[in-house]
Ligand binder design. Structure first.
Ligand SMILES: *Cc1c(COP(=O)(O)O)cnc(C)c1O
Length: 378
C-alpha cells in the first residue's frame, strides 16, 4: 500500500529552519529586523511599491478596507466562491457585502455580473484569484476607474501569478496576500498588503499596532483605533526562506499542472463528465488544481473514495452566501446558481512543491477509478 498523498503540504528547507533557530536564540523574537528585511524583499518583488506584513491575510484585507474608508452604509462587491474571510472582512468594518456570481470556466467572479451589481452605494470590489488564476485585470481596473471604486485584491492564493508578464501585486490598488500554512509560500500564519503610497503605508502600520504613532524615543500618540496584527521575526524568518523558493515553487507547480493534463488526456471531460480548470501555464501559479465533479457523484462520496485510495482531496470552497451568518442577512439558495453548482461539486486534487510526476499519476489513476465506478453504479 502506498503512502497517503495529502492535497497540500508545506516544504520548509533546512536553511530556513536554521534561520528560525537563530531568531529564537537572538533575544528579539517579535517584530524587528527580519520583518523589515522581509518587507523590503517583497517590495522589491512588487516593483518598489510599499508593502507591510501582518499576522494573517484576513486582517490584511480588513486593514485595506479601513484605509479606503469603507464604513457602514457602503456596499462592497465580492465572489461567493472563496474562503469565508473574504466576505467576513466586509462585515467586520460594518459595510454591506454584495455577491456577484462566478464564471463557470474560471470559477472567479464574473466581471459582467460585478458591473450589473454596482449601485450608488458601491465603494469597492474584492476580486479573488481562485487557485491563483487572476481575473481579467485590464477589465477589472477599467470598471474600477469607470465607477470610481477602490479595489482590494484578495490575492491570498496568487503570489507568483502574473498578468501580461507583470507579477500580481506589482500594479493595481490594494493587493492582499496570505502566507497561511497551505499557501504557495508560508510564514506558518501571516500576510502582506501592497499599498499605493507611503501615507497609506503609515496608516497600515497604525492599524497594525493599536493605532500608535511614535515620535522620538518616548513620544507616543494614539489617534485611530488599531488592533494587534503585527508579524513576528520568527514568522518573517520563515517567510524569507520561503520567498527565496518562490520561482522554483511556481515552476514546479506549473510542471505538475501540465502533467495532470497530459495524464488525464484530452478526452477526460467527455469520458467522465468532470470539468478541468482552464489550461493556463502563463499567468497562474497553480495554487490549487481543481476539478468540478459530475452531478452523479457527491463531493463527500468522491473524497471518501479517494481517501480509500490514499489520496487526499481538499474542498475550496462552499458558497459563502449559504452559510447561516449570511442567510441571516437575506441571502438564499438560487441567488447565484453558478457558484452554487461549482461550490457543491468542486474539489482540489493534490498539488504542492514537494510532489512529483509519479504522485500526479497516482492521483489521476485513483480519480479515474472512482469516477468510472460512479458511472457504472448509476
Ligand atoms: C487563505 C485565504 C484567505 C485568508 O488568509 P489567512 O492568512 O488565512 O487569514 C483569504 N482569502 C483566500 C482566497 C484565501 O485562500
Amino acid at each position: 500500500m502506498s503512502n497517503f498523498l495529502p492535497f497540500s503540504r508545506p516544504t520548509i528547507d533546512e536553511a530556513t529552519i536554521a534561520a528560525v533557530g537563530e531568531v529564537l536564540r537572538s533575544g528579539w523574537i517579535t517584530t524587528g529586523p527580519k520583518v523589515q528585511t522581509f518587507e523590503a524583499r517583497l517590495s522589491e518583488y512588487f516593483g518598489g511599491r510599499p508593502v507591510r506584513t501582518f499576522n494573517s491575510g484576513t486582517c490584511t484585507m480588513e486593514i485595506a478596507l479601513r484605509i479606503a474608508g469603507i464604513a457602514p452604509g457602503d456596499e462592497v462587491i465580492t465572489t461567493p466562491i472563496s474562503w469565508v474571510a473574504t466576505a467576513n472582512v466586509i462585515l467586520e468594518v460594518g459595510a454591506t457585502p454584495v455577491f456577484a456570481d462566478v464564471d463557470p470556466v474560471t470559477r472567479n467572479i464574473d466581471l459582467d455580473k460585478v458591473e450589473a451589481a454596482i449601485t450608488s452605494k458601491t465603494r469597492a470590489i474584492i476580486p479573488v484569484y481562485l487557485a491563483g488564476k487572476p481575473v481579467d485585470m485590464d477589465r477589472l481596473y477599467a470598471l474600477a476607474a469607470k465607477y470610481k471604486l477602490r479595489v482590494i485584491e484578495d490575492a491570498a492564493q496568487a503570489i507568483g501569478s502574473t498578468w501580461k508578464g507583470k507579477p500580481i501585486g506589482s500594479f493595481g490598488d490594494f493587493v492582499s496576500f496570505s502566507f497561511q500554512a497551505n499557501k504557495n509560500i508560508t510564514t506558518s500564519e501571516g500576510g502582506c498588503l501592497v499599498l499605493n503610497n507611503e501615507d497609506e503605508a503609515k496608516l497600515a502600520e497604525k492599524y497594525r499596532l493599536q493605532g500608535v504613532t511614535r515620535s522620538g524615543w518616548d513620544g507616543i500618540e494614539v489617534d485611530v483605533l488599531g488592533g494587534k496584527y503585527n508579524m513576528t521575526d520568527v514568522a518573517a524568518a520563515i517567510g524569507l526562506g520561503q520567498f527565496a523558493q518562490l520561482e522554483a515553487v511556481t515552476a514546479q507547480r506549473r510542471k505538475l499542472a501540465k502533467h495532470y493534463f497530459e495524464v488525464l488526456g484530452k478526452d477526460f471531460e467527455a469520458q467522465t463528465g468532470a470539468q478541468l480548470p482552464p489550461q493556463d501555464f502563463e499567468s497562474t501559479n497553480w495554487h490549487l488544481f481543481q476539478i468540478v465533479l459530475p452531478e452523479r457523484i457527491t463531493r463527500a462520496e468522491f473524497m471518501e473514495k479517494m481517501k480509500a485510495h490514499n489520496i487526499g482531496v481538499g474542498y475550496h470552497y462552499a458558497p459563502i452566501h449559504l452559510f447561516k451568518l449570511y442567510r441571516a442577512l437575506g441571502f438564499k439558495e438560487g441567488m447565484f446558481p453558478v457558484a452554487e453548482r461549482v461550490g457543491r461539486q468542486i474539489v482540489s486534487l493534490p498539488m504542492f512543491y514537494a510532489m512529483n510526476e509519479a504522485d500526479v499519476e497516482r492521483a489521476c489513476k485513483a480519480m479515474r477509478e472512482v469516477l468510472a465506478e460512479s458511472a457504472n453504479s448509476h
